[in-house]
Design a protein. Sequence first.
Length: 182
Amino acid sequence: MICNLKGKRVILREIEEKDWIDVHRYASQPIVCQYQPWGPNSEEESQDFVKQVILDTKKNPRSRFVFAIIEKEMLIGAGEINIRNFTNREGEIGYIVNPEYWGKGYATEVSKLLLEFGFETLNLHRIFATCDPRNVGSYKVLEKIRMNKEGRIREDLLLKDGWRDSLLYSILEQEWISTNLY
């Protein structure tokens, strides 16, 4: 299944091998990965990420969908949805945007497209997301797309500077339908 999703300002298309250069442009910046267990990426790590994403498209059943965020023909980030449980129809979304485009609503638009894809195409029942409690921009995005804060997962991710808590947000299929956001 090859997927392209179209929003008002962005197109989400499947990652291609040549994208590693643009991925590296943001993934090599310390500010981008400050709340993540990876990075800042070397060129080889950015290439390996893109290679792994492409390999994951060939798995059957496919559980990982990673999209390049394209704005005016420029790759400005990536959005991802993973099916975490096929039986219970549960998925997880994530996003990363080049800091040059922060604060302009791109992560919100991408997240809405990922939810639509998850519920309408992948037939998911529940979609969740996590973020570092210090990442105000990220949890504001999750609140804007009407995900419900379920709580705080304590020390669930090991970063370079120690354990990190995660905020857990989710939205159910019927909640998504009733929000009329789309």
